[in-house]
Design a binder for this molecule. Sequence first.
Ligand SMILES: [Zn+2]
Length: 158
Amino acid sequence: MIYDIIDAAPEAIVVHCSDPRFQRAFAEFIHNELKLQDGSYIPLVISGGVGSLAEPLKLPKEFRFMKERLRMFLERFESIHRLILINHEDCRHYEWLQSYIGKLFLQRFQNLTERQQADLKKAAQGILTLTSLKLDVELYYARFADARKSQVVFEQVG
Ligand SMILES: [Zn+2]
């Protein structure tokens, strides 16, 4: 078998979690609602999504890894003008972060969802400082739509 490579000038970076349960929903959301086709965006898929940017002091290596990758993409592709960050409910990586960091992790928050939504905003602000490109920021939280946890809706975080 041989496979085609796309000549890409991506318009967006999309950061989301690698949780296998959510991959199809993420892909369909990105294609159908965000109107981004394969090759028109750079997927940065990593457990916890922007969670890796959330604790620069406690997890400096994760923070630096994410920051440098984002900076590289933004330097390499001047075609990028959208930054899309997605967190999701029931994120195992966020549960790990919470147990690793301890009770300070939710110090100023009611629950994990609130923390995850705040992290989206904080990460976006941080990423904007990495580049002189003008980026439209879109933040989403994927929340279960049914009691069986078999479907999600993507709520915009503003
Ligand atoms: Zn996750």
